[in-house]
Design a binder for this molecule. Structure first.
Ligand code: NAD
Ligand code: UD1
Length: 331
């Protein structure tokens, strides 16, 4: 089976490409390298012994994208390419809508033109917006209370995929709603290596550990959670990557949606302790105001993915911390 992976040199994409190559799938990557580095290809090759095909191209370059589809017959697309910085999306909403939504429309157009009918899409728990419950299930209503344009691009793309499936009985889409991906490949060769200053907890912990930031700001210790800090469902990126393989193996016409998380919540203070345990070093932190738009506690209900995909996260936050330290310090 030949698969086109958009955003395949990025954090989650590269880990998924490794799983796909290890299982014998043929993989081409299309990425504009806006938030990833070309050297990832060498690292993928040294881990798997195989080098994926690579096209440096922006999805907004529609004629270039068409040439890629014209040159090879793909069985399926795994679509990671997108901008993901929440704060930046508030400042530059049109850039986010154009890159994420228009980029996806161009991709879907090419797929239709070249008769590629299967897509796996990277969505996010952010589409759930505000809910009364902390355990989130796939059938909950989405789109209400999303606090930023990034989150709304994910919601819109989900709706677009449902409309395309309604218009075409052969179209198959699996929407994967990721919770909070952390960790990296156990080789320590690849991991989350964002260009610019990150917003998410784990890359910020990494910067503090490397001395690039003086301390971690804990955004609030007065939430209604056991220790007062925010609780999220942190999933090891290797488990997440394996979730994509499980999805690819279960594709059928129509749209299916799955949460990919561990089903367990971990607080910010527990994350700090887990990092300190794995590294043997103290992580400096200060407690600050809550961050606007943050929820107290959310975690995935993973029953549907377990039942229908036969997939379950196996690795722990402690495993992710050990792998992160290997990536940071090469040990
Ligand atoms: P990433 O930034 O590491 O990877 C995305 C890749 O897409 C990058 O290599 C970037 O250069 C590429 N890209 C972006 N726009 C492009 C375009 N127009 N044309 C071609 N390439 C383009 O991000 P990631 O963490 O690996 O996330 C992958 C996907 O998963 C994204 O769609 C993201 O929104 C989604 N997601 C991520 C998280 C998370 O916390 N990391 C959570 C939920 C959902
Ligand atoms: C954030 C985004 C969400 C996006 C997700 C993955 C916001 C409001 N939400 O979610 O839309 O889908 O990232 O990209 O930005 N924390 C700190 N200090 C920090 C950073 C984070 O205490 O410096 C806390 C947060 O308050 C939260 C937890 O750590 O409780 C996780 O934060 P983060 O990694 O940003 O993920 P989300 O809040 O789940």
């Amino acid at each position: 089976m030949k698969i086109l992976v958009t955003g395949g040199t990025g954090y989650i994409g590269s880990h998924t490409v490794i799983e796909l190559l290890n299982l014998g799938f043929e993989v081409d990557i299309v990425d504009n390298l806006f938030n990833s580095k070309i050297t990832v290809l060498d690292k993928i090759e040294s881990i798997t012994g195989k080098r994926p095909g690579f096209f440096e191209l922006d999805l907004l370059n529609k004629s270039g994208l068409e040439k890629i589809f014209e040159a090879s017959k793909y069985d399926l697309v795994v679509h990671f390419a997108g901008l993901k910085a929440v704060g930046e999306s508030v400042e530059k909403p049109l850039t986010y809508y154009e890159n994420n939504v228009t980029g996806t429309i161009y991709l879907l157009d090419c797929m239709k033109k070249y008769c590629v009918e299967k897509i796996v899409f990277s969505s996010s728990a952010t589409v759930y917006g505000e809910q009364d419950a902390s355990r989130l299930t796939e059938e909950m209503q989405t789109g209400i209370g999303i606090t930023n344009p990034y989150g709304r691009t994910k919601f819109m793309i989900e709706e677009i995929l449902k409309d395309v499936a309604n218009s075409d009985a052969n179209f198959s889409a699996i929407i994967l709603r990721y919770f909070n991906p952390i960790g990296n490949h156990p080789s320590g060769l690849i991991g989350e290596d964002p260009n610019g200053i990150p917003n998410n907890l784990m890359p910020i912990i990494m910067r503090v550990a490397q001395g690039k930031s003086p301390e971690l700001k804990v955004y609030g210790d007065d939430y209604p959670t056991p220790d007062g800090s925010g609780v999220r469902d942190y999933i090891h990126v290797v488990d997440l990557a394996k979730g994509h393989v499980a999805a690819i193996n279960k594709m059928k016409p129509g749209v299916e949606i799955y949460n990919l998380g561990t089903g367990r919540g971990t607080s910010v203070f527990e994350m700090i302790k887990a990092f300190e345990k794995a590294s043997g070093e103290k992580l400096p932190f200060v407690i600050t105001e809550r961050r606007a738009g943050d929820l107290a506690e959310i975690f995935a209900d993973t029953t549907k993915a377990e039942r229908e995909l036969g997939w379950k996260a196996k690795l722990t936050v402690g495993d992710a911390m050990k792998d992160t330290i290997r990536f940071l310090y090469g040990k």
